[in-house]
Ligand binder design. Structure first.
Ligand code: ATP
Ligand code: ZN
Length: 288
């Protein structure tokens, strides 16, 4: 009989991580339909069963083994330490958990929070943070709309997730301390059976290829042969750059892979060294 066991993955149903989670799976070559309101679906070309859940519930489903793996913000994992394993950082859903104070709060150091009421959805992380700093605070746990707590007199300050900071700004709050940096991660149940483990490895292989590709660019350029040594020196590539003669005598075409972070620097120095016709392409997958 054919083995029909599927890997079960939990994704956020609708929210800040949904779109990127779906995109990631699609880039991994996994197709599925996620019709409106669906709670569960199956991939058509990979043994994967997908559950759409509230992000806060994902760690528990994974810990219980209802789902084998899940995608969730690290902030949720740090707040409710569940029995799950963090497998891979995914590079999206980046945000920070920050302390913010109203404009009239005279803030200089963390000590200024001594004795203050702070509203947050992340009491455990915040408690640990202040314990380490030896500051006593009065933490008020609320489940949402933390940013309005100071204006309605519920708290003196807040600790909330921030990405651009615009929500804080509109509510007259100023970010003063970063408590935690967070991004989306792939988590897994601690006791996966052998089949699930194998499927996870297969998925992880693809995720790593997609994420490596995201950080790199494919670069092609023309170089005069007398400059080839200098030019290939700044283009390490995956092993070494590809160099091919052009139809025009005395010139070569150079192909390589460069890291996105060094991108502009590298392109500038290539131009200085005499490179011409520089083309830069994005890479879909990169297997190292
Ligand atoms: P759900 O209905 O699934 O419970 P939610 O409202 O709790 O959704 P979202 O606001 O969609 O959650 O955020 C999901 C995750 O996105 C957060 O846990 C966090 O990891 C990440 N995130 C990235 N940027 C932000 C931000 N500016 N504010 C809040 N979360 C952010
Ligand atoms: Zn949530």
């Amino acid at each position: 009989m054919m083995n029909t066991k599927k890997l079960k993955i939990a994704l956020q149903k609708s929210g800040r991580l949904s779109e990127e989670s779906h995109k990631l799976l699609k880039k991994c070559g996994i197709s599925f339909s996620n019709g409106l309101g669906k709670l569960r679906t199956e991939a058509t070309n990979f043994p994967l069963e997908i559950f759409f859940l509230r992000d806060d519930d994902i760690p528990e489903y994974v810990a219980d083994g209802v789902a084998d793996v899940g995608i969730v913000g690290e902030n949720i994992i740090f707040e409710d330490e569940r029995n799950v394993e963090t497998i891979e950082k995914l590079g999206f859903g980046k945000c920070r958990l920050s302390l913010a104070v109203p404009k009239n709060f005279d803030y200089e150091t963390v000590q200024n929070f001594e004795g203050k009421r702070i509203a947050t959805t992340y009491p455990n992380i915040l408690r640990t943070f202040f314990a380490k700093k030896n500051v006593n605070t009065d933490i008020h746990t609320i489940s949402g709309s933390v940013e309005i707590a100071p204006s309605i007199g519920l708290a003196d300050a807040v600790c909330d997730l921030v990405s651009s900071g615009s929500t804080l700004f509109t509510n007259g709050l100023r970010e003063v301390e970063i408590v935690l940096n967070s991004e989306a991660v792939l988590i897994a149940n601690n006791n996966l059976d052998e089949t699930a483990q194998k499927l996870l490895e297969k998925l992880l292989f693809r995720i790593k290829a997609v994420n490596a590709a995201k950080q790199n660019k494919y670069i092609l350029l023309n170089a005069p042969n007398e400059k080839l040594n200098e030019i290939t020196e700044i283009l390490p590539g995956m092993k070494s750059p590809t160099v091919m003669p052009l139809a025009e005598k005395g010139w070569s075409s150079v192909h390589s892979v460069i890291n996105e972070n060094d991108f502009w620097e590298v392109v500038e120095s290539l131009k200085k060294k005499g490179a011409e016709g520089i083309l830069v392409l994005s890479i879909d997958q990169m297997i190292q």
